[in-house]
Design a protein around this ligand. Structure first.
Ligand SMILES: NC(=O)c1ccc[n+]([C@@H]2O[C@H](COP(=O)([O-])OP(=O)(O)OC[C@H]3O[C@@H](n4cnc5c(N)ncnc54)[C@H](OP(=O)(O)O)[C@@H]3O)[C@@H](O)[C@H]2O)c1
Length: 316
């Protein structure tokens, strides 16, 4: 890929978008553009069309979305369904109409059925029903995958969908009302330690198994998709390794130095029992992750401590 190609990162201020931005800069890409949601509301079709027609990027990376954990997904089903569909539909349609050569859509592992065999292969998409707590978000993401697939099929264009597993890292959302499990635990253990090692109450039973990918590894996956023509439409991006939520909690407890009790609130939902990606398709093409989980959590915790006053507050 020519280093002066114009690359538009939708959501360049977000956790993933900013990691992709940094990684592209590091690799010498010189023509990267982005707009905040205040400057360009991607839910507005006319504004997106005008932006795309004016800027005419060569590549669009769609890292913009309404993102959140179980609580937010459960409480705001309409926003998770509709905002995500509006954002991605406006982007992909305007990209197609403006002859954008390459489009990379970021979805999520929750597109796969709740009880699909593990590890999750790309071919399990739409073979059974979804996990109800986040089906709104999942349905929106599935339509995004299908949009890139339809464009490949009908127009032969290099539009591709990457499905990240659970991501974490610098610039994550640490707001307890809207965050994912890993940053929420970092905040809870840290604050409990500050309060004299008070008990930490965590959701569910601790038995579900989850996979976590460091966001800079995800950014490398996006750049891999940018610099190569991938032969299929849909690719899982993860580590291919998982741990129980209980093991995750104990790892974070150790890293934050909390010495109090952990209480599991089993009245709260667990979500899908296991969610491990089969990453053999990406591995087969030559991409794999580098960061080990403990090291990645330490780096994330250090970033949280350095940015504790300014960490994101995400309101819906
Ligand atoms: N985080 C994860 O664990 C995870 C896991 C799997 C998949 N993903 C996927 O990865 C992508 C990026 O996620 P993330 O964690 O980086 O999310 P994030 O930190 O919340 O960032 C999302 C970005 O989307 C932008 N955005 C949201 N609504 C917008 C709108 N109406 N108009 C313009 N921009 C808008 C925001 O822009 P402003 O900051 O300017 O408001 C923000 O920068 C998403 O597609 C997500 O589904 C994430």
């Amino acid at each position: 890929m020519n280093k002066d190609k114009k690359i538009y990162i939708a959501g360049h201020n977000g956790m993933v978008g900013s990691a992709v931005y940094r990684a592209l800069q590091k690799k010498g890409y010189t023509n990267i553009i982005g707009k905040s949601s205040k400057e360009l509301d991607l839910k507005e079709q006319a504004a997106v069309r005008e932006f795309m027609a004016t800027e005419k990027p060569d590549v669009v990376i769609d890292a913009a979305a309404r993102v959140g954990g179980i609580l937010a997904n459960n409480d705001y089903p309409y926003q998770f369904l509709m905002e995500n569909m509006l954002i991605q539909n406006n982007l992909v349609d305007a990209a197609l109409k403006n002859n954008v050569d390459k489009f990379i859509f970021l979805g999520s592992s929750c597109i796969y059925p709740k009880y699909a065999p593990q590890p999750l292969k790309e071919e399990y998409l739409l073979t059974d029903s979804l996990e109800p707590t986040n089906e709104w978000y999942a349905v929106a993401k599935i339509t995004g995958v299908k949009a890139t697939e339809a464009i490949r099929k009908q127009f032969g264009k290099d539009y591709v969908s990457l499905m990240p597993t659970n991501l974490y890292g610098t610039h994550d959302n640490f707001d307890l009302n809207t965050s994912h499990v890993l940053p929420a635990m970092i905040r809870k253990f840290h604050e409990a330690k500050q309060n004299g090692n008070t008990p930490v109450v965590l959701w569910g039973s601790g038995t579900p198994m989850r996979e976590f990918l460091f966001v800079d590894d995800m950014a490398e996956g996006v750049i891999f998709a940018l610099e190569n023509v991938l032969p299929d439409n849909l690719y899982n991006v993860g580590t291919g390794e998982d741990i129980t939520i209980k093991e995750l909690a104990e790892t974070i407890q150790k890293i934050t130095g909390h010495t109090g009790e952990i209480i599991w609130d089993s009245t709260k939902p667990d979500g899908t029992p296991r969610k491990l990606m089969d990453v053999s398709k990406m591995h087969g093409l030559g991409w794999s992750h580098k960061m080990n989980l403990e090291q990645g959590i330490s780096e994330t915790y250090n970033w949280f401590l350095d940015n504790i006053e300014s960490v994101k507050k995400v309101t819906i």
